[in-house]
Write a protein that binds this ligand. Structure first.
Ligand code: ADP
Ligand code: NI
Length: 206
């Protein structure tokens, strides 16, 4: 298999894996993260473009929120995929990214200084803020049947609460200069959204 074929094959593997996730984690999320990763890498040359393609495609293929306690099985499936398709040489780095990318990860492992991780993590985080971030958050909240907002709640029980728990913190966690620039504009949009949201919410107490 040449590189183009390996990319095509990986796309198919990822599409198959994503079945059952909410639509905020759908194929379009993967496409956006791939595009953002490419963009950051073009600006900063942090990693070989081929490994950026493969890793951005696979980054959510073992998401713990959906795999539950089967997360290790998810990792094993990806490793097996890499072994079987001539990608074993990049296994360690790809798996390092997949294991460490999540914001919610309590116990990171492996090499946290890999520029590939920094790059893909920024791309994934950028897709959680801005207009698309707002759309994904409410989509996820709807999927879980969470309330859109509970006044005074700032610890994530509602979707607006999730902004405080996570989304508003992402700008300060960007790893790359290009990521930081893109995050600035997207963060401003979150703040504007919240301002307007609260202005409209005021009518609930009349
Ligand atoms: P990551 O895997 O990068 O840590 P998640 O998988 O937790 O991120 O989140 C993926 C998407 O789902 C993001 O857009 C995030 O904002 C959204 N999301 C996750 N948890 C919640 C929640 N409790 N309420 C609303 N949106 C959520
Ligand atoms: Ni993702």
């Amino acid at each position: 298999m040449n590189r183009d074929q390996q990319i095509k094959k990986t796309e198919e593997f990822v599409k198959e894996n994503l079945k059952g996730y909410d639509s905020g984690h759908d194929w379009w999320h993967i496409e956006r993260v791939r595009g953002l990763s490419r963009h950051i890498n073009e600006k900063e040359s942090l990693a070989d473009p081929f490994i950026v393609e493969i890793t951005s495609l696979l980054h959510d293929s073992a998401d713990s929120k959906f795999a539950g306690d089967k997360i290790e099985e998810g990792y094993a499936r990806i490793e097996e995929y890499l072994d079987r398709n001539g990608l074993e040489g990049m296994k360690e780095r790809v798996m390092g990214v997949i294991r460490n990318i999540s914001f919610s990860k309590k116990s990171p492992s492996g090499d946290l200084s890999d520029p590939l991780l920094h790059l893909i993590q920024d791309a994934d985080r950028l897709d959680a803020i801005g207009a698309i971030g707002v759309a994904r958050a409410f989509n996820y909240g709807g999927f879980r049947n969470n309330p859109i907002w509970i006044p005074e709640d700032e610890n994530g029980k509602s979707t607006v609460g999730h902004f405080y728990e996570k989304l508003l913190l992402l700008k300060g966690k960007m790893n790359t200069e290009t990521g930081r620039k893109l995050a600035d504009e997207r963060h401003d949009f979150l703040e504007k959204f919240l301002e307007q949201f609260y202005r409209e919410w005021e009518f609930s107490i009349i």
